[in-house]
Design a protein around this ligand. Structure first.
Ligand SMILES: N[C@@H](CCC[C@H](N)C(=O)O)C(=O)O
Length: 298
């Protein structure tokens, strides 16, 4: 019998993840293996993968080991690496609780975007301190099906471009990334959010994620949207000294985002473990080989 690799499946507002627990960082997960596991027809299926590694055992996280025992080695569904995943970090914390590595309360998680503090209740929603948003200057225009909108750059550790539209249907299929002008605006790619108003401090959005396509939710995207909407609405907690909270509806659920006067952004939403199983290592080797040309040419 071939070797088995444990996995779990989880989601947060229907942004779904394959979880691979690997405390000592001994599972080889090249981009093609991640793409094979995230394949919805030939693999397990997911928008991304959460590789759960002890910080001390991962070269990218070793420096954070004193602050955070666990590192979220996040990968997009196409195998690419990203700095941060907001829904992922909630699912990651839920997994640590599920596996008995942590109990309810405060937990520090190392990510490529720095250490994030997560508040885990015994059950119910998970709150994450996501850090501050950076709003780089610069005008970009995003276009879909003959319509164009200005987009605001917001960096949540990973890059976002936020466009306010009249109707979410105007964002089109979002199967492929919408084009930007100037075309060179995002050499490393970008996550694109389309936003409509739903009411006071209440918006709805759709997203095209770098490396995953259209997803049903994006946590960092919802934070970027809340900050861009607050600035559009003339609200800046750093100026008023009052926190601002936005409810953000996504196709997969609802996230609540609060920006505090010190710039810290808190995100609250659900995270659920839905299944556990075993990956056949022989299959993974074959599937990785089959995906390799596709991933190389991506
Ligand atoms: N779904 C995530 C974001 C994942 C990373 C993103 N696709 C990127 O490449 O930056 C979230 O919930 O934040």
């Amino acid at each position: 019998m071939s070797t088995r690799i444990a996995f779990l499946k989880a989601h947060g507002t229907e942004n779904d993840f394959v979880i691979v627990p690997d405390p000592e960082n001994s599972v080889d997960l090249p981009p093609a293996a991640v793409a094979a596991l995230c394949d919805r027809r030939a693999g397990i299926g997911g928008d991304g993968l959460l590789h759960v590694v002890r910080s001390a055992a991962h070269p990218e996280a070793r420096e954070m080991a004193g602050e955070a025992e666990w590192f979220m080695d996040y990968r997009n569904g196409d195998g690419s690496v990203a700095e941060m995943c907001g829904n992922g970090v909630r699912a990651f914390a839920r997994y640590l609780q599920h596996a008995g590595h942590v109990t309810a309360g405060e937990l520090a998680v190392a990510t490529r975007g720095g250490v994030k503090t997560v508040h885990l209740a015994k059950d119910g929603d998970v709150t994450v301190r996501m850090g501050r948003a950076v709003l780089p200057e610069g005008e970009v225009t995003v276009s879909v099906d003959g319509r164009s909108w200005p987009a605001r750059n917001v960096n949540m550790g990973n890059p976002h471009a936020v466009a306010f539209v009249e109707d979410l249907a105007h964002a089109g299929s979002l199967f492929t990334a919408p084009p930007f002008a100037p075309a060179s605006a995002y050499p490393d790619g970008v996550n694109v959010e389309f936003v409509v108003d739903r009411g006071p401090r209440h918006v709805a959005m759709r997203v095209h994620e770098r490396g995953s396509g259209e997803t049903r939710s994006c946590g960092t995207g919802a934070c970027a949207v809340a900050v861009a909407t607050a600035r559009r609405d003339g609200a800046d907690p750093a100026v008023t000294g009052t926190p601002v909270t936005y409810t953000v509806d996504l196709p997969g659920g609802r996230l609540v985002i609060t920006e505090h006067p010190d710039g810290e952004i808190e995100m609250t939403g659900p995270a659920e473990i839905v299944a556990e199983g075993q990956i056949d290592a022989d299959w993974l080797e074959r599937a990785t080989a089959a995906k390799t040309p596709e991933v190389r040419n991506a």
